[in-house]
Design a binder for this molecule. Structure first.
Ligand code: CMC
Length: 532
């Protein structure tokens, strides 16, 4: 508990301006003076506010961390109302226009833009760490032919922790990252190898042999090279596409405590190795409300199909039956500055490769939404993902590569936060509180005495494949499985039975919504709609 909190009687006589809040507990009439630092109150100071001494004390309830600061940071500044984004004090617009991605990654991690010597050394270090271990390549090759590249990336990054035991605090000691040389080594490895892993995941999906990286090209050029080179001895991606990708990487590199970066800080607060932490952060990024949003935007635009369908679609959004993906942001309550930069990049890419027909639907959707009171009142504007998906699509990337293309640059931000966090004297393991509303003091009933309601299997009901249906009525090794008891069979009539759904669903990871619906229908003999 903070020692700064003082309890005073409330005289209401605060004539001298003080940097404190006075909180009056109307249950007890006591007042508490709570210090304000950086316009912030310490949540722990509220613990002193209690009705009687044996109480736990007051907590702050903040689902989704709407208004909770969990760290002090000097990396990225966002003013969501004015649409301002700065990395280490530099406006994002200028960085996107004038810097390379690796310069920006250096800026984020080490605090300022590199000079020419620093940039050369940094680039060499990263590009010297682009090769991945043969065993990791074997692991990647063992994925199914159509595995989602994001699943491959997350698993491969996690597997990397097993390749470098000296970098694992669980094995080498909790204090190892006081050693900056060791820290730098992991940064070079992660930033160097991530594009290689991403390219291998992509090549795997399209059934082509993986390319080795080359250090004769820039970071983004090398990535495009690994994606696209066939058998040429000299293959160089088009400079417009390299620059477009570099800009996309720059604007995606950090965004202060977005969900995946908060995840990075949360996981790293346990002092786990950075590979596991990056894998976990990439997992958070994969969700459709975060880094998966650009993939979801594309699928949304494809499902809208024509401009004529936009009003109907927006009607469904307003009825909360659909979500307008690529719109809205936890922090920006005006136009996301990254979306503005992307609109310009879109034009550069279109000039080289031709216009994507989805762009017309997107611009019309934006126009109508921005003049509709539902979106105006809620301050919902296009975010970075509204246009990034269209650019990626126009550049020929398959939709499921989008979160991968987000993860590569965001790793620079994750690592900047990792470094800052491990050097923070205030660092403590993340451990939020809960408000417990469940039962207490239940009387234990032995198995034989527990009630047997009619719909006994309702809780565990799930979809059942034809394969499982046949197996459920069979006798296996002379024994009936729990699914195959008379009671369970009769209880499940009219409702799906308990089964392991994952065994039954055919490969759908990379399919469109309709393909997924169709395969579920084939497996389970039931109509299903992912739009439900
Ligand atoms: N479409 C329709 N309604 C929306 C949307 C949307 N995209 N976003 C917010 N709303 C509504 C929401 O239903 C709520 O309405 P009401 O007040 O009637 O309940 C109101 O606006 C406030 O929304 P919220 O859910 O409290 O806002 P949030 O800060 O929790 O969510 C968000 C932020 C980004 C998750 C949300 O805006 C969203 O789901 N957007 C679509 C997904 C998306 O584009 N995500 C990418 C974010 S940018 C990339 C990144 O940084 O990760």
């Amino acid at each position: 508990m903070s020692t700064n909190t003082t309890t005073t009687s409330n005289t209401g006589d605060n004539k001298v301006k003080k940097n404190t809040f006075t909180v009056i507990d109307n249950r007890t009439g006591k007042s508490y003076e709570i210090p304000i630092n950086n316009e912030t109150l310490k949540a722990i100071d509220f613990r002193a506010i209690k009705e009687s001494p044996e109480d736990f004390g007051t907590m702050l309830y903040d689902p989704g961390y709407y208004n909770t600061a969990v760290c002090k940071s000097e990396i990225t500044y966002i003013d969501g109302d004015r649409g301002i984004l700065e990395y280490r004090g530099y406006p994002i617009e200028e960085l996107a226009e004038k810097s390379s991605f690796l310069e920006v990654a250096y800026l984020l991690i080490y605090g300022d833009l590199p000079n020419i010597n620093q940039l050369n050394l940094w680039t060499t270090k990263i590009m010297n760490h682009t090769f991945i271990h043969e065993n990791l390549i074997q692991l990647m090759k063992s994925f199914r032919y159509d595995a989602h590249p994001m699943g491959m990336l997350i698993s491969s990054m996690s597997a990397m922790s097993t390749f470098y035991p000296e970098a694992n605090p669980a094995l080498a000691g909790v204090d190892i990252y006081k050693n900056k040389l060791l820290m730098n080594k992991q940064i070079f490895r992660i930033l160097g190898k991530l594009p290689t892993i991403a390219a291998c995941a992509y090549r795997h999906r399209i059934g082509r042999p993986y390319n080795n990286p080359t250090d004769t090209l820039s970071y983004t050029e090398n990535f495009l090279y690994m994606l696209d080179r066939l058998s040429e001895t000299s293959y160089k991606p088009h400079p417009t596409l390299t620059r477009a990708l570099d800009k996309l990487f720059i604007i995606h590199a950090d965004h202060e405590l977005n969900c995946s970066t908060a995840t990075m800080r949360q996981i790293s607060s346990t002092l786990v190795d950075p590979y596991t932490a990056v894998a976990g952060s990439a997992g958070a990024l994969y969700g459709p409300l975060h880094g998966g949003a650009n993939e979801a935007v594309l699928r949304m635009l494809e499902s809208i199909g024509t401009k004529d369908n936009i009003p109907n679609f927006l009607q469904l959004v307003k009825q909360k039956k659909q979500r307008l993906m690529g719109f809205g942001h936890r922090v920006y309550k005006s136009y996301d500055p990254r979306a503005k930069i992307l609109k310009k990049v879109t034009e550069e890419v279109f000039e080289l490769l031709g216009k994507n027909p989805l762009m017309e639907i997107a611009t019309e959707l934006e126009r109508i939404a921005l003049s509709d009171s539902y979106f105006i009142d809620r301050q919902l504007y296009p975010n970075v993902d509204f246009y990034s998906g269209i650019i990626y699509k126009s550049m020929g990337f398959p939709t499921d590569m989008f979160p991968v293309l987000f993860s590569i640059p965001r790793a620079a931000g994750w690592l900047a936060h990792w470094v800052e966090e491990l050097q923070d004297p205030d660092l403590r393991i993340f451990r939020p509180r809960q408000i417990y509303l469940g039962k207490r003091g239940c009387k234990y009933v032995p198995l034989s005495g527990r009630p047997m309601p009619q719909d006994t299997n309702a809780v565990l009901s799930s979809y059942v494949s034809g394969f499982d249906k046949r197996r459920d009525v069979s006798e296996i090794d002379g024994v009936n499985s729990p699914v195959n008891t008379q009671q369970n069979l009769s209880a499940s009539v009219g409702s799906p039975k308990l089964t392991d759904e994952t065994k039954a669903i055919p490969k759908t990871a990379s399919g469109s919504k309709s393909a997924i619906n169709q395969s579920i229908e084939q497996s389970f003999g039931e109509k299903f709609s992912l739009n439900n």
